[in-house]
Design a protein around this ligand. Structure first.
Ligand SMILES: C[S@@+](CC[C@H](N)C(=O)[O-])C[C@H]1O[C@@H](n2cnc3c(N)ncnc32)[C@H](O)[C@@H]1O
Length: 243
């Protein structure tokens, strides 16, 4: 699929909450929400801003967990969907989801302890976004980005889903993050990790990680921390920028 077609596909998805729900659930074997929730244990402080909150599932989880949250979302359809999620789950206020762009945040300096962004579109690579994130973060605060995740081709269904993702996202997106590695070794290691830990989920801090490099953290004085989180079925790439 060409980049232009992919861009059109995503923009179409952002205009329809039902299509977006389908596209973020079925091709990812229902794991997307599990990946989003990896943010929760990494939050610092109480005041949290979510960029591009989409359907608002993580936002509702964070509110339910007791965080004081705001969210900014560009698409009017996603904005309405996120507000509906808050109403349905009886958390927060619909007005806490604000229409706008991550590059111009309508908040005062040092308003948040944590800023989160899961599965971001190009806005996360825009220096204007990171400048704004640095401005609204308090000293000691952090930006948490779940830049992407991959299902591993284990079991019966997942190899088929990986094939679909290859067609939609291209091989660079699906296999790029592990291009220096051997996939069989990865899968074998994940199986061992599953046996070793109670939850089967392991976290590895990766110095000089091959993912997240295009998020311009250092340019705005944010310290980079890269985490690779794995389970038997998937791996998730998390980039944290600490102020
Ligand atoms: C791939 S979706 C991810 C949504 C959600 N975070 C998730 O994990 O499902 C990207 C979201 O970012 C929103 N978005 C795109 N550009 C944006 C921008 N410049 N500022 C804020 N939100 C933006 C889109 O409307 C969409 O809802």
């Amino acid at each position: 699929m060409t980049p232009a077609l992919r861009k059109w596909l995503f923009e179409t998805l952002y205009k329809n909450r039902y299509l977006y729900r389908f596209a973020s659930t079925v091709p990812f074997a229902g794991q997307w929400h599990v990946w989003q929730r990896l943010v929760l244990s990494r939050i610092r402080g109480l005041d949290v801003l979510e960029l591009g909150c989409g359907l608002g599932d993580l936002l509702a989880d964070m509110l339910k967990a007791g965080y004081n949250c705001r969210a900014i979302e560009h698409s009017p359809e996603m904005l309405a969907a996120a507000r509906a999620t808050l109403r349905r789950r009886k958390v927060g206020q619909p007005t806490w989801v604000i229409q706008g762009v991550a590059q111009h945040l309508p908040f005062s300096d040092a308003s948040f302890d944590t800023v989160v962004s899961t599965c971001p579109s190009e806005y996360i690579y825009d220096p204007d976004t990171i400048a704004e994130v640095e401005r609204v973060l308090r000293p000691g605060g952090r930006l948490i980005v779940i830049e992407g995740a991959n299902l591993l081709p284990v079991g019966f269904l997942q190899p088929l889903l990986v094939l679909i993702q290859l067609l939609v996202y291209g091989s660079a997106a699906v296999f790029g993050p592990r291009k220096k590695r051997n996939l069989d070794e990865e899968v074998a290691r994940n199986r061992q990790a599953d046996r070793k830990t109670a939850t089967g989920i392991t976290t590895e801090v990766i110095p000089d990680a091959w993912f997240g490099q295009h998020i311009p953290l250092e340019r705005f004085g944010l310290r980079r921390r890269s985490e690779l989180v794995r389970s038997r079925r998937w791996e998730v790439y998390i980039t944290i920028g600490e102020k």
